[in-house]
Design a protein around this ligand. Structure first.
Ligand SMILES: [Zn+2]
Length: 372
């Protein structure tokens, strides 16, 4: 659901601001909780429309506070020369997308701490506004939102400081471990484990709540699940990057692949290559040169009764601009070509000759060997 296209709100400090449609879920949840539970409970006797309006305004200011938190991360990143793609509000809050990771632990530390600091400053400002206005005798309809915003921004800061990746506190932890040990990958591993621990603890709290008949912690549990998933994914990504750094495609490919002749029928191909063969795709050759790649799914696209009369060359994927790759290219740069929906394998050429085939499995086995 996070793949839904986001709406562009505009730009702040040169950074595009976007809202994902999933954000509406959390906005409605926060606004209704404020309007129907929080305000009627704290300030009884108010007209329902006053509570509703207060709820909506407070929710909007809350999300403006989240944007300020994310912008704060982004601005520190920008001053460090890191390009910020955009800031997006979505169902679990806000996220600032950067084009690259910070180059050193110091930069990462300041980038990470900037968000919670912004939330703490906001909490202090809202608190002062609330105390000042209530002391001046202004009606609670005016200061009640500030009181709530002081409280919620304080909690946003505290929650984000929990020391587990991908929370800000986890990034701080990673920066500190990275700074002490000098090993970014190991630091990521520990921060990610802490993140998974925090995430699954939140899930456990929600499950316990449900067992005791309370649905109050469902949202908390969902956020925990999301944190645990992200923690693991970010470690894997770091591992991938570290493992493939400086490695060439020719070093991780499967060399000397078995080649299927384009003049063969699909019937023959299935019998002689796919049945009993070890591979699920083969480079296709015609008149001494490579013309494409054939996989079992290419074959399945042709009706069964046409297999005897269809040639491999006709059914093969022949988009060579997409399939061919030079053996000298850097392995990490070809990853996007393997992970996005596509042929699932690349044909490795050197000096115009086919020297190997590179599949996702090759990359995975390389990573497995490196991580033992
Ligand atoms: Zn943050």
């Amino acid at each position: 659901m996070f793949n839904l296209p986001s709406f562009r709100l505009g730009r702040l400090f040169g950074i595009p601001l976007e809202v994902n449609p999933t954000w509406l879920i959390i906005f409605v949840l926060v606004a209704t909780t404020l309007s129907f539970t929080y305000y009627p409970g704290e300030f009884p006797g108010r007209a329902p429309w006053v509570n509703a309006l207060s709820g909506i305004i407070t929710a909007l200011l809350f999300f403006a506070s989240i944007i300020a938190h994310e912008l704060s991360h982004s601005l520190v990143a920008k001053t460090g020369g890191i390009k910020v793609e955009k800031v997006t509000l979505f169902v679990f809050g806000g996220v600032a997308q950067m084009e690259e990771e910070p180059a050193g632990p110091g930069r990462e530390f300041f980038m990470a701490i900037a968000g919670p600091l912004a939330s703490l400053v906001l909490a202090a400002m809202f608190f002062l506004a609330y105390v000042g206005l209530s002391a001046a005798g202004v009606t609670d309809i005016v200061w009640a939102p500030f009181q709530y915003l002081a409280f919620i921004n304080f909690w946003v800061a505290l929650f984000n400081l929990l020391p587990g990746f991908p929370l800000d506190g986890g990034r701080v932890l990673r920066a500190v471990l990275w700074g002490i040990g000098g090993d970014q990958l190991k630091a990521t591993l520990w921060a990610s484990r802490a993140g998974q621990f925090i995430g699954y603890t939140m899930v456990a709290v929600a499950v316990l709540g449900v067992l005791r008949g309370s649905l109050d912690f469902i949202w908390f549990g969902l956020i925990g699940w999301f944190i645990a998933m992200l923690a693991e994914a970010s470690y894997r990504q770091q591992l991938l990057k570290a493992t493939l750094e400086g490695v060439r495609v020719s070093a991780i490919m499967s060399p000397a692949p078995v080649v299927a002749p384009g003049s063969m029928t699909l019937e023959e191909l299935v019998e002689e290559y796919f049945l009993g063969g070890r591979h699920s795709r083969y480079p296709v050759e015609s008149a001494g040169s490579i013309i494409g790649l054939i996989s079992l799914s290419d074959v399945k696209r042709i009706p069964r009764d046409e297999w005897a009369t269809t040639y491999v060359a006709e059914a093969a994927d022949r988009d060579l601009s997409r399939l061919l790759i030079d053996g000298g290219e850097a392995a990490d740069s070809v990853l996007p070509r393997l992970t996005t929906p596509g042929p699932g394998a690349l044909l490795v050429v050197e000096d115009g000759r086919l020297v190997g085939i590179l599949t996702r499995a090759d990359v995975v086995s390389r990573i497995r060997r490196a991580s033992i």
